[in-house]
Ligand binder design. Sequence first.
Ligand code: C2O
Ligand code: CU
Ligand code: CU
Length: 459
Amino acid sequence: MSTPHTHHDHTAHHHHGPVVHAPAADAASAYQRAFDAAQPDPGRRVVPIALEASEIDWTFAPGSTTRAWGYNGQIPGPMIEARVGDVLEIRFTNRLTQPTNIHWHGLRVPAAMDGTEMVQRSIAPGETFTYRFRLPDAGTFWYHPHSNETVQLEMGLYGALIVRGADEPELDAERILVLDDVKLDKHGQIATFGGLIERHDGREGDVRLVNGKAEPVLTIPAGHVERWRVVNASSARYVRLSIGGQPFRILGTDGGLIESPVTVTEVLLPTADRVDIAVGPFTAGQELAVEALPYFRKTIRKRKTERFATLKVGAPQTSRANIPPHLRAIAPLAAPSTTPTRTVKLGFKPSWRRAFDFVINGEAHHQDKPVKAGELQVWDIINTTLMDHPFHLHGFFFQVLSVNGEAPAWRSWEDVVNVPPRATVRIAWMPDDRPGSWMYHCHILEHHAAGMMAHFDVV
Ligand code: C2O
Ligand code: CU
Ligand code: CU
């Protein structure tokens, strides 16, 4: 049996401000209760996984070697796959020289398993920590550290996590595309971190990766329709995804399938966002650019269309893909006109010591009021800045009720939503009975680090 920690490390807490931390004994017993309570559904199983974070030599393009950090020697870390009702038991060992932890982005886990510095002590070098939780929802999720994120994710610590449900649409094949970018120096090593442009824009790099490889060539048989699960694991880059301008169908978003497929020719993936799409059919010989169209999120530096991968269409094969017109029902949580219960203001604040901070309700590393389990939350996320911010809520899915007063084109469950400059995004979510400390933040990692985050309790 694991215990959460063997000793305390405070180094990672310095930026959190005047937050009252739960006493260690409480955190340890909440962890033990969550650990013991995680039981698989009848007929489902406990999926044991061993993860180890360590320094590795990373070859993302032939002939180059970059010192990086990976899980189990690879970038992305191993893809974790399980089914709804399974229990994941992840025995994690930290072989880095700095403390870390693992956050299960998008999973509705108990607070004690959320993997943040609020709910557990950092896992010191050499230590092992076991996460154990049941998987309640099907979808495309991911995992990453919640400690020194700007460095640890850029160095390569992230991986995809797929949970399959009982009624998934049948496609010819499935693939995961974990998108990332890295910023290299002239020696091909990960560039030094920091600086005011990086603090403002977030860190973007010129090497674009799919599953840890720079601009790979993918192949698809003509006539086939594949399910692509796309994760944007980059620190700050928004990916306005296009597949050679061809139409594709959106099947699901952060919290699983949407109600009916939606045909589009592009989709915007802010940092940390996911989308499941049906890709194809194409004709033999076609060659398509899997690329990011220009998206200007009001950064100091601008970007053009940039390629992530090339998709080559091979000889035809018969398709057995069957995408039903109706994927599932999503009951609305609230009407778009519902009066908000809370306002969350994303702001920018000059600071004479650090030039500027990114803040929530005027405060860097804000402590927000608690919410009560079972009480519907309707939040207005108001962006008072001139840049986009991807708002992320831990541990709970929300529905977007409106963006600047307008209802979205379809209903979905999300844990990340883009809040455009000066916009108001109204979301609704229901805190279920998972008391403890939670957080929300901008998922541009540098903005999160610069203060655009808040803690709150579910009571
Ligand atoms: Cu991807 Cu605080 O999380
Ligand atoms: Cu998260
Ligand atoms: Cu931001």
